[in-house]
Design a protein around this ligand. Structure first.
Ligand code: GLN
Length: 487
């Protein structure tokens, strides 16, 4: 059962092959047996899951099944889940039991999905390797000496290891796509504003967006259909009809223009990654797409700009963790200043502290214009590059990550090197555009992903192209040997 995609599970539940309760308890057992070696879950919600599965089975037997009725999923531990610890991977929120459900959690529950638990992540979603989690790093199921990527490494690893068929995640600078690439799964960051962020713990509010990680583009489409939609509780969430993403998956991609940014395809791409991307593009050409060169002249400024904007916004967002209202509080504070200082010093990890310091600096009087305002201007240029490029192309393709999964410790000593990981992913966040990663090959037994970036609210076009690619290739069906095979 664990090898089934969401589409297959829905078909099996409909035909009565097995019940939601059966697959839910089978996956919970699998998680208990296999996850100690991976650490992809922070919390399991076994009782709630079994109750939700039984409720889904009852709905189905009454002929009222719709949406994702009975399908097991997991939530990144950044989404508030009522009555369940919601830690954001931090000691700061280790004792935080959310008093309400994030809108996305509610949407999935209303569509009948069954939440098995909460997945591990980099602390407050800051990181590219899952090494900053208070709960310890997640291991990559393809090679447990390597990182799963981050910050949504728990969601990506859990899907790759067939512990759950789909999971929610968030992406501020690449945290859905980069772990999807490193774990050999498919992940989609929707357009900024497509999915409500109410109840999603904030990192950098002008960049954060929630999206799905699953095995296939088809499953991402099914998840997104339930996740997306207007929410009056999030003022950045757009009131725009949610398309039926699944309906257009089978469309032909004849005539689709795929743009290749000359700044990326200039010989700098790692040679082995480049070969796999070329093969994938060839396959898309066989399916009727045409390739065109596009220009993203400010792409190289995306990382430095991001590392002004994201820390600035994080320093503001994380000021709410003061040891007073909720979260960690130090023992025996001497006075109020000591309470603030020690609570924050003791509960935040090094990377979070680094970002708060940088962010406070770039926002301070005297530096605001030189850094934050300047970064916003550069951001506008990056966005403008895409608007121009999308005159010539319908989608833009590139690798998702620089290379396959790296070893633990390899980049953690040097933050600048770690920040480079998001070279290909950050520009889409800067421009608010939808983007996704899908598996397109293996190098030395480790997966690699290809990225698509689309026009605003054109998730359907990306999913269609990715699905057509996945109909012609089987990279997305491969699983790490210990966790795959036997149905
Ligand atoms: N790796 C990037 C960072 O550390 C992006 C993280 C994310 O998308 N949440 O900020």
């Amino acid at each position: 059962m664990h090898n089934k995609t969401i589409r297959e599970i829905l078909d099996d539940l409909a035909s009565g092959e097995y019940s939601s309760r059966e697959i839910t308890s089978a996956l919970l057992t699998r998680i208990k047996n296999l996850d100690p070696a991976l650490n992809s879950f922070i919390s399991l919600t076994e009782d709630q899951a079994l109750a939700a599965a039984e409720a889904a089975d009852a709905l189905r037997s009454q002929g009222n099944a719709r949406g994702l009725c009975g399908v097991p999923v997991a939530h990144k531990d950044i989404f508030c889940t009522k009555g369940v610890r919601t830690s954001a991977g931090s000691k700061m929120l280790d004792n935080f039991i959310a008093p309400y459900d994030a809108t996305l959690v509610r949407h999935l529950a209303e569509s009948g999905a069954v939440c098995l638990g909460k997945t591990n992540m980099d602390e407050f979603a800051m990181g590219s390797s899952n090494e900053t989690s208070f709960y310890g790093p997640v291991k990559n199921p393809w090679d447990t000496e390597r990182v799963p990527g981050g910050s949504s490494g728990g969601s990506a690893a859990a899907v790759a290891a067939r512990l759950v068929p789909g999971a929610t995640a968030t992406d501020t600078g690449g945290s859905i796509r980069q772990p999807a690439s490193l774990c050999g799964v498919t992940g989609l960051k929707p357009t900024y504003g497509r999915v409500s962020r109410y109840g999603m713990i904030a990192f950098a509010s002008s960049l954060d967006q929630a999206g799905p990680i699953a095995r296939t583009a088809e499953d991402c489409a099914l998840l997104l259909e339930s996740m997306a939609g207007f929410d009056a509780m999030d003022s950045t969430c757009i009131d725009k009809e949610v398309p039926n993403y699944s309906a257009s998956l089978a469309d032909s991609i004849r005539g689709l223009r795929i743009g290749l940014p000359k700044q990326y395809f200039n010989g700098d791409i790692n040679a082995e990654v480049g070969t796999l991307i070329d093969n994938a593009l060839e396959e898309l050409k066989n399916a009727g797409a045409t390739l065109v060169e596009v220009d993203l002249p400010h792409a190289e400024l995306a990382i430095p700009t991001y590392y002004v904007v994201a820390p600035a916004e994080c320093s503001t967002n994380l000021s709410r963790y003061d040891g007073v209202r909720y979260g960690y509080r130090c023992d025996d504070p001497r006075d109020l200043t000591d309470l603030y200082t020690r609570s924050r010093s003791e509960a935040f990890g090094d990377e979070v502290k680094r970002r708060i310091l940088v962010g406070t600096y770039v926002l301070s009087a005297g530096f605001y214009d030189a850094y934050y305002r300047q970064a916003q201007k550069v951001r506008r240029l990056i966005q403008q590059d895409y608007i121009t490029a999308f005159d010539k192309a319908d989608l833009i393709a590139s690798p998702t990550a620089l290379s396959t999964a790296f070893k633990f410790g390899e980049k953690s000593a040097n933050p600048i090197e770690m920040y480079q990981e998001d070279l290909y992913t950050i520009p889409a966040n800067m421009a608010g555009l939808p983007a996704m990663s899908m598996p397109c090959g293996l190098i030395g037994g480790l997966p690699i992903g290809m990225q698509f970036v689309g026009r605003q609210f054109e998730e359907a076009r990306m999913l269609n192209a990715a699905h057509q690619y996945q109909m012609r290739t089987d990279w997305h069906t491969l699983s790490p040997s210990v966790y795959g095979s036997a149905k």
